[in-house]
Design a protein around this ligand. Structure first.
Ligand code: ADP
Ligand code: MG
Length: 253
């Protein structure tokens, strides 16, 4: 790394959102993400990050514009788009393996088990297949959620503040772990965060959303940051200062 950028696989084209209650959450937003690229979507609270991610995942409809994944417009959730939220949202009455294979009900039991075990192996939790969610730590539960998103082998993985409910150490561990997991299939990855260091540690590119309603303020390629990244490096810290400058941290909204 730095890696060569693939052809665009996600196209966000002038996507805007006004909710039914009249609240405008997004001004027209446009950006492209290349095949296998890792993009961090960074912004202050309320800048429309979750709204945008949910539109890309097909969970919300855009009021204007369109999202293309591959060549097809996204109008509803798709198997090739994996989603991970801030909370793991596991079903407590099912084992880890049953949670991971839940979305595979159309396949035979053998196929379900094979895919679930493969996904659990990628997140390092194969040994926990038979346990129940209450027996897991917060970090492990979130890894199960990642396995569940990966089980359909998505070409696009969307994550909405996946680690922000975890303690600082676990968060650092899972950031590293996510990169290792990504290495298996190298899906295109778009993740939302409000943590500048998380964005810098993981991303090839950082897109900054800003304002109410949100719009793309800047789009930074981190080509000069080699991997593995060290947060104490001068280059990393310089990016942190630069992005901090771009975020709207005033409270007079
Ligand atoms: P972020 O994830 O960046 O914190 P959100 O996308 O959650 O921001 O929210 C952007 C704006 O849209 C906020 O003002 C929020 O209150 C509003 N919003 C989010 N979801 C809804 C909804 N379902 N109905 C109405 N307003 C919403
Ligand atoms: Mg959010």
């Amino acid at each position: 790394m730095p890696r060569r950028k693939g052809k665009p696989m996600l196209r966000v084209e002038r996507v805007a959102k006004t909710f039914e209650n009249g609240l405008a959450a997004l001004q027209p937003v446009s950006f492209h993400v290349g095949q296998g690229e890792i993009v961090g979507l960074l912004g202050t609270s309320g800048s429309g990050k979750s709204t945008l991610l949910r539109i890309i995942g097909g969970l919300h409809h855009a009021s204007a514009g369109q999202v293309l994944v591959g060549r097809l417009p996204v109008r509803a959730p798709r198997l090739e788009i994996g989603l991970v939220f801030q909370e793991p949202r596991l079903m407590p009455w099912l084992t880890v393996e049953e949670n991971v294979r839940f979305g595979l009900y159309r396949l035979s039991k053998d196929e379900q088990a094979a895919l679930a075990r493969e996904a659990l192996n990628k997140v390092g939790l194969l040994h926990f297949a038979a346990v129940y969610p209450r027996q897991l730590s917060g970090g492990m539960a979130q890894r199960v959620a990642i396995a569940r998103a990966l089980v359909t082998r998505p070409s696009l993985l969307l994550l909405d503040e996946p680690f922000s409910a975890l303690d600082a150490f676990t968060r650092l561990q899972l950031q590293e772990h996510l990169l290792k997991t990504w290495e298996y299939d190298r899906p295109t990855m778009l993740f939302v965060t409000h943590d500048i260091e998380e964005a810098l540690a993981l991303s090839d590119r950082v897109v900054v959303l800003r304002g109410h309603p949100g719009r793309v303020d800047s789009d930074f390629a981190l080509d000069d940051l080699t991997r593995p990244r060290k947060r104490t490096d001068a280059g990393f810290q310089a990016w942190k200062a630069r992005i901090l400058d771009r975020l709207d941290l005033s409270l007079d909204i």
